[in-house]
Design a protein around this ligand. Structure first.
Ligand SMILES: [Zn+2]
Length: 80
């Protein structure tokens, strides 16, 4: 795999990993003051889904050593 291709792939992966929790957090904060419709509120269901996704992603990041290696690799390639 060429260095340029690896850098692009690493950048895309990092962007996705950063954008997913940010989008979830944005949804939660932007809908925190919604018109609640009861136990079957679809907004609350989406907020819970977003919260669960963020929690799972962060749990995976903590357990992942490959991501740390990818970040270090990206930083090292950017310094050249
Ligand atoms: Zn609600």
């Amino acid at each position: 795999m060429s260095s340029k291709y690896r850098r692009i792939v690493t950048g895309v992966v990092l962007f996705c990993l950063c954008a997913t929790p940010l989008a979830g957090e944005y949804f939660i904060f932007s809908h925190a003051d919604h018109d609640h419709t009861g136990d079957t509120c679809p907004v609350c269901a989406h907020m819970k889904s977003a919260s669960d996704s963020i929690r799972r992603l962060l749990d995976g990041l903590v357990k992942s050593t490959g991501l740390i290696q990818a970040i270090l690799s990206l930083l090292a390639s950017m310094s050249h």
